[in-house]
Design a protein around this ligand. Structure first.
Ligand SMILES: [Zn+2]
Length: 75
């Protein structure tokens, strides 16, 4: 898979990339502490935002491909 499709979990308060301690996994309902600003991020909200960003990325990629296809069709 393309590297540009990596979805990062970002702090809802300062937009820093959230990192977990080695080997630690988060689950629904957990709070993730931001290492940058110290705020607690609600896991479900972080996932929701990350998902939306991922969808945006995929949609713009599809649009690009579609433009290429359309150009070829009407040549
Ligand atoms: Zn933060």
């Amino acid at each position: 898979m393309d590297d540009s499709f990596t979805i990062e979990a970002l702090c809802l308060f300062c937009n820093a990339v959230l990192t977990s301690e080695e080997g630690k996994e988060f689950d629904s309902g957990d709070l993730i502490k931001c290492n940058n600003c110290g705020e607690m991020n609600d896991y479900d909200s972080v996932v929701e935002v990350a998902k939306e960003k991922g969808v945006d990325k995929v949609e713009s990629e599809i649009e690009k491909e579609l433009h290429k296809t359309m150009k070829n069709l009407f040549k």
